[in-house]
Design a protein around this ligand. Sequence first.
Ligand code: GDP
Length: 430
Amino acid sequence: MASSEVARQLQNDNCRPLSLSGHVGFDSLPDQLVNKSVNQGFCFNILCIGETGIGKSTLIDTLFNTSFDDRVSTHFQPNVRLRAQTYELQESNVRLKLTIVNTVGFGDQINKEDSYQPIVDYIDAQFEAYLQEELKIKRSLYNYHDTRIHVCLYFISPTGHSLKTLDLLTMKNLDSKVNIIPVIAKADTISKTELQKFKIKLMSELVSNGVQIYQFPTDDETISKINATMNGHLPFAVVGSMEEMKIGNKMVKARQYPWGIVQVENENHCDFVKLREMLICTNMEDLREQTHARHYELYRRCKLEEMGFRDTGPENKPVSLQETYEAKRHEFFGELQRKEEEMRQMFVQRVKEKEAILKEAERELQAKFEHLKRLHQEERMKLEEKRKLLEDDMIAFNKRKAATELLQAQAFASTPSVSLKKDKDRKNFM
Ligand code: GDP
């Protein structure tokens, strides 16, 4: 910022600029910052996206001049998986905690529709972990292992045709979450003229599909020129190799073919040096900053808004976190009470319904009972009548029987000779 602009800004902030009469020492603040950062060390996380065998591991090894001994992946993964590996590197007195995240199985499935989803989930999960740490009462962000992805190297096949749907879809879904630097892999397999046309085609496809790739920043005077030039070389066409060969009297990284040698660090052969310069030497800090200030900020904002937090109220008045919290609490208790009342009403309704059913059943039972009682009484009355009739019959019969017996007895008593003669006749016969 120019000094006149700084003075104007200070005045706007209601701050009076003063000049010192002697040296006080706060001009050492930048050095203090450097020392502190060096002591603390740095961390940088790279995500490599590209089909299996496209040259991801080789390029990372070549970039950091180390063998990261990444396992070779097969083409038979049922789905895309992310494999993160962290290494501690040191150059001079600067320590770098480097995490390399590889997309295992990317592009190997028949249905590639959701291949980008595990990558989106992984990036979000790292943002979420950071947010959770930030929201803790006891935070330890100073020694927190930040796993947020600072850069995504997107490896494009050197087909010379156009971007695959999978590439477009993946980059489109990631561009608001991560700094994407597209690279044309295995650039030694495409001719120079074809490569130039391919680069132009890729860039126009990215623009027409609205894919935002990372642009090297041009606001810092010291690097704006080089960065602006490098933005014009995107996507970088890279070649990777850890094999060293003697060219002249120098050992260089190269790939040897029956027809010649491709030197990895020769800018006439490929853009490897441009990528290394831009990624590691010039813009590593900007990538880290962009991740925090742009991508993480967006994730954090959306997440907090999702949870109902706002900076301003309905009339654009600023709302404090406390107020939002209170309003949310109030809303929550209101909702709870409404639910409780709803449940109570439902309970009362159910009880009423059950009561009505029980009452109906009771009424039916009572009616049945009354009916049976009536039948029973009728039956009893009929039986009673029958019993009475029988008793009358019996009395009449007994009366008749007694009368008959009396008549017989009288008849017998009035005729004795007849009985004697009968006795005599019986003896003669015997
Ligand atoms: P990854 O599965 O994407 O990690 O791929 P690798 O890094 O394991 O590379 C797969 C194969 O491609 C190996 O045989 C490498 O030697 C080869 N390879 C890597 N980089 C290049 C390159 O720039 N050009 C060419 N022609 N081959 C390469």
